[in-house]
Ligand binder design. Structure first.
Ligand code: SF4
Length: 344
């Protein structure tokens, strides 16, 4: 069966060319950055598997203090809960330094709930990564933490901010809109007063929660570097999945998710760990990434069978109708791939 590769089209970026160029100037190593972009977009299409993932998402904790209605947590409970230990984090970093381009603190919970997070971020200071980033709802971001992040050279911080005023407050309850605005503004002013260029401040918002896009941009543009609109993930599975079932997922060539206890699920969208591909406690990251479970998953996807073989893929919120956007030349760039290998 022919399968096509659809590359990560689930965001709309709203930033000026000038801001984009300023960000490029801020990259730690501009040549490595563009090489990374090349690998990210071409390796899945060419079925190239690096020795290590291009990017690794690390989950500092599975706990979250909010109850946002669009979150996967509203549909099913996370059974195993906990915080990542410093020892496990160190083990991960010591293996992947200089081999993985970027890491991001994210996952199913709010990273700032793990009290060890500042220590994690300080530990990666000066280590060989192209980018270290953090996604947060911002509620627990104190001024002292902001100083720590600036001092440790955190490259990027992304705040999840859905909607304006009442809309935001109904989604991110009990957070207040003016409260999060003040937190982001404090970070922006602190960075400026310390004449630091990082962290780059991004806000990201589920697109359907923005009632007035112009107003949203007008309010946030002066105090952030980057605004992303994310497509709504249909965890309730109301929309049709089959249409895109034949797309092989690029994530299996690009990134790995490591949960708080070292479990490696199939991807960042396998929140319930329906397909576990490895465990950092018992195997090296390289052994898992190049191992038989990942290999089989890539083959199944290439054969266009992902929704039949993997429960997480059949319910994936990412590849549903209406999710993502096409871009110029997509049809030309997408390359049909035929898998000749038997399933292992
Ligand atoms: S669940 Fe499957 S299809 Fe969805 S992002 Fe993960 S690997 Fe890709």
């Amino acid at each position: 069966m022919n399968t096509k590769m659809k590359i990560n089209h689930d965001i709309i970026q709203k930033r000026s060319v000038l801001k984009r160029m300023k960000q490029w100037r801020n990259e730690r190593n501009i040549i490595k950055y563009f090489l990374n972009r090349f690998e990210w977009h071409s390796y899945p299409r060419l079925s190239v598997v690096r020795a290590y993932p291009i990017h690794i998402d690390i989950e500092p904790t599975s706990y979250c203090q909010l109850q946002c209605p669009m979150c996967f947590r509203q549909h099913r409970k996370v059974e195993k809960q906990g915080h990542m230990s410093f020892d496990l984090f160190k083990k991960i970093i010591d293996e992947i330094e200089g081999k993985v381009y970027s890491i991001k603190f994210t996952g199913r919970g709010e990273p700032l709930l793990n009290k060890e997070l500042p220590r994690f971020i300080e530990y990666v200071k000066g280590k060989k990564f192209g980018e270290v980033a953090l996604i947060t709802n911002g509620q627990l971001l104190t001024e002292s933490l902001m100083h720590t992040f600036i001092d440790s050279g955190l490259d990027r911080i992304a705040f999840s901010i859905d909607g304006l005023k009442k809309q935001y407050e109904s989604i991110r309850y009990p957070m207040r809109y003016e409260e999060i605005y003040a937190i982001v503004k404090t970070l922006y002013n602190l960075r400026k007063s310390r004449e630091a260029s990082k962290p780059i401040i991004r806000i990201q918002s589920v697109h359907t929660s923005i009632e007035d896009e112009n107003e949203f941009l007008k309010r946030w543009n002066p105090i952030v570097d980057d605004i992303l609109f994310l497509f709504y993930k249909d965890y309730a599975l109301r929309t049709y999945n089959d249409k895109q079932a034949r797309y092989a997922c690029p994530l299996l060539y690009q990134r790995m998710m490591i949960h708080w206890d070292g479990t490696i699920p199939m991807c960042v969208n396998d929140e319930y760990e329906e397909t576990i591909l490895g465990d950092v406690n018992t195997k090296s990251i390289q052994a898992v990434w190049k191992g038989s479970c990942y290999h089989q998953a890539r083959l199944v996807h290439r054969k266009g069978l992902r929704d039949k073989v993997y429960a997480n893929c059949s319910k994936c919120a990412l590849h549903r109708e209406g999710h993502g956007k096409s871009f110029w030349g997509e049809e030309k760039i997408i390359r049909d791939t035929l898998c000749n290998e038997a399933l292992c």
